[in-house]
Write a protein that binds this ligand. Structure first.
Ligand code: S3P
Length: 168
C-alpha cells in the first residue's frame, strides 16, 4: 500500500481541501481532511482546541491524526498548514506516500484567509502570518512535487496533478 497515499501540504488557504476533494473524485479514491478528522475525533472545533490546549496540544493531535489516517491504502490527505512544523511529520509523509506542495504567493493567501475566524493563527495578523509563511516555505519545499496554484483554475490544477503526480 506504500506510496498510494497522496499528501497535500501548503499554507492555509492554498486550496488543499478543495483540490484534494476534487482530485479524489477524479481518481476514485478516498479523501481525508486532517483538520476535519481532528474535529470529529475530539468533538471540538479548531479554535476551541487552540483555546483549551494551545497550539502545542493541537500539534500533538495533528501528528496522531496523520498517523491514524495513513493506515488506509489509496487515499488523498489534505493536511493542515502547520503539519510541517514537526519535521518528523515530513519524514513520515515522505516515507508513506507522495507529498505535494500546493504553492501560492503570500499575497494571494493573505487575501483569502485574513478574516477567517476558524483559523486561530490568523489572529497573528499580517506580520505574524508573513513570518510563519517565510519560515515554512523551505519546509514545504521538501515535498516530492511542487505545484503552483497561482492564476490557475481548479480544473487546471487537478489536471496537472493527474498527469504529473498520480501516474508517476
Ligand atoms: C494551521 C492551519 C489550519 C489548521 C490550524 C492551524 C496552521 O489548516 O490546521 O488552524 O498552523 O497553518 P488549513 O491549512 O487547512 O487552514
Amino acid at each position: 500500500m506504500k506510496k498510494e497515499i497522496l499528501y497535500l501540504i501548503g499554507f492555509m488557504g492554498s486550496g488543499k481541501t478543495t483540490i484534494g476533494k476534487q482530485l479524489a473524485v477524479k481518481e476514485e479514491c478516498d479523501f481525508v481532511d486532517l483538520d476535519d478528522y481532528i474535529v470529529q475525533q475530539n468533538n471540538m472545533n479548531i479554535p476551541q482546541i487552540f483555546e483549551q490546549f494551545g497550539e502545542e496540544g493541537f500539534r500533538s493531535w495533528e501528528s496522531q491524526a496523520l498517523h491514524q489516517c495513513s493506515l488506509q491504502g489509496k487515499v488523498i490527505i489534505a493536511t493542515g498548514g502547520g503539519i510541517v512544523e514537526n519535521s518528523e511529520n515530513i519524514d513520515f509523509m515522505k516515507e508513506n506516500g507522495k507529498v505535494v506542495y500546493l504553492k501560492a504567493s503570500f499575497e494571494t493567501i493573505y487575501s483569502r484567509i485574513k478574516d477567517d475566524g476558524n483559523r486561530p493563527i490568523t489572529k497573528e495578523g499580517l506580520s505574524g502570518l508573513k513570518k510563519r509563511y517565510m519560515n515554512r516555505v523551505p519546509l514545504y519545499e521538501k515535498a516530492d512535487y511542487i505545484v503552483s496554484t497561482e492564476d490557475k483554475s481548479l480544473e487546471e490544477v487537478i489536471s496537472e496533478l493527474h498527469h504529473t503526480v498520480m501516474y508517476k
